[in-house]
Design a protein. Structure first.
Length: 121
């Protein structure tokens, strides 16, 4: 699914114009990106959590030469799907549409968006 496909689904579900749908989608993704760049956790109820984790320096090995090297510290992004999403993908009868629509809550430690992703399930 591409950004254009997502914008079309938003348009079909909400009745907004294609331009408005694309702007809405870009705004949500921009908020998500800024939240993750700042190191905050992004929790989307009924979908999952994105967490930025700090990795320490660690020892590794160059696979071509076998030489021991140090892999520098860095940040990685992890995703943990919610139980609801796992059940839906596994074929459970539990429906994603049970999530209440369009509640947006921002806190200092996390961002929770409920309903936006229910448009796609």
């Amino acid at each position: 699914m591409t950004n254009a496909d997502i914008a079309e689904r938003i348009q079909a579900e909400t009745g907004y114009t294609k331009k408005e749908s694309a702007e809405m989608m870009e705004a949500v993704f921009s908020i998500m990106k800024a939240t993750l760049e700042s190191g905050e956790t992004l929790k989307i109820t009924g979908f999952g959590s994105f967490v930025v984790k700090q990795k320490k320096d660690r020892r590794g090995r160059n696979p071509q030469t076998g030489e021991a090297i140090t892999i520098e510290a860095g940040r990685i992004l992890t995703f943990k799907p919610s139980t609801l999403l796992r059940q839906t993908i596994a074929g459970s009868t539990y429906s994603m549409t049970a999530v209440s629509p369009s509640l947006v809550m921002v806190t200092s430690s996390s961002l929770a968006i409920t309903g936006f992703f229910s448009l796609f399930f």
